[in-house]
Design a protein around this ligand. Structure first.
Ligand code: RET
Length: 284
């Protein structure tokens, strides 16, 4: 009885109770669509880890190895992130402030996603930056702006004092995101041309920019923003984008690197020795 009532309430995105972690876990289990969106990613992350380790078994060049390790971290972080969500550890019911479409009601918030994006998205950028032959200044800028985007996105999701401040955090996060998009589209595109990796870089860049744009859009439409979409629909949107932005992206990148190791080893890189496996001897 109680479980059915909790499931009904969760399906509508609204639960008027303070819930323990065990109750959040039960509520997630009772919402089949939401639960499936999480477990689908746990399964795919597990398969990706095995596949990527296998694909990288013969890679010897240090810069290619670094791209492999950074990319492999993405499904490793993902399997941890989704386990946190599915277990109820990193999902909470938060009361929305006045002004929100569900004001005064408790809305399920997958805050663990935003936290773990601060670990997974820099790995994607390290892999892309290495592929483009970027320099340290641009890599540092992209990564710090990206972490800023995730942490301020987390702040937007966790702010319950003021509806306006939720959106203020959201726009700060978008400003950080604009820096990342600029580096991908302008700076690294130019670098990749010089490095001779522009074909694969451009494919991955378009995939990344288009998919990453979906995340703020679905945050805005989801239960935490304008509440046009249900929590389960929003969760499937994130999970679907994650599947392409992480596993398909990583597969395309690693397949190319494994087949073009010598190009990666000999490419011009703004990172110099740091990007190719060790310190160069001093001139004098
Ligand atoms: C938020 C909300 C605030 C505004 C912006 C956002 C952007 C999130 C992005 C996430 C990308 C995640 C990926 C994860 C893969 O592991 C935080 C949703 C701009 C771009 C690719």
């Amino acid at each position: 009885m109680i479980e059915t009532a909790a499931a009904d309430l969760l399906a509508s995105g609204v639960v008027p109770l303070e819930m323990t972690q065990a109750e959040v876990y039960q509520a997630i289990q009772n919402n089949q669509a939401l639960n499936a969106s999480l477990w689908a990613n746990i399964a795919l992350a597990g398969l990706s880890i095995i596949l990527f380790v296998y694909m990288g078994r013969n890679v010897d060049d240090p810069r290619s190895q670094l791209i492999f390790v950074a990319t492999l971290m993405v499904p490793l972080v993902s399997i941890s992130s989704y386990t946190g969500l599915a277990s109820g550890l990193t999902m909470s019911f938060l009361e929305m402030p006045a002004g929100h479409a569900l004001a005064g009601q408790e809305v399920i918030t997958p805050w663990g996603r935003y936290l773990t994006w601060a670990l997974s998205t820099p790995m994607i950028l390290i892999a892309l930056g290495l592929l483009a032959g970027t320099n340290m200044a641009k890599l540092f800028t992209a990564i710090t702006a990206d972490i800023g985007m995730c942490v301020t996105g987390l702040a937007a999701a966790l702010t319950t004092s003021s509806y306006g401040l939720r959106w203020f955090w959201y726009f700060i996060s978008c400003a950080f995101f604009a820096v990342v998009v600029y580096i991908l589209l302008a700076e690294w595109s130019r670098d990749a041309e010089i490095a001779g990796t522009s074909e694969i870089f451009n494919t991955l860049k378009v995939l990344t920019v288009v998919l990453w744009l979906g995340y703020p859009i679905f945050w805005g439409l989801g239960a935490e923003g304008l509440a046009v979409l249900s929590p389960a629909a929003t969760s499937w949107a994130y999970s679907g984008m994650d599947i392409i932005a992480k596993y398909i992206f990583a597969f395309l990148l690693l397949r190319w690197v494994a087949a073009n190791e010598s190009t990666v080893a000999s490419m011009a890189s703004g990172l110099g020795a740091a990007g190719s496996g060790g310190a160069a001897p001093a001139d004098d």
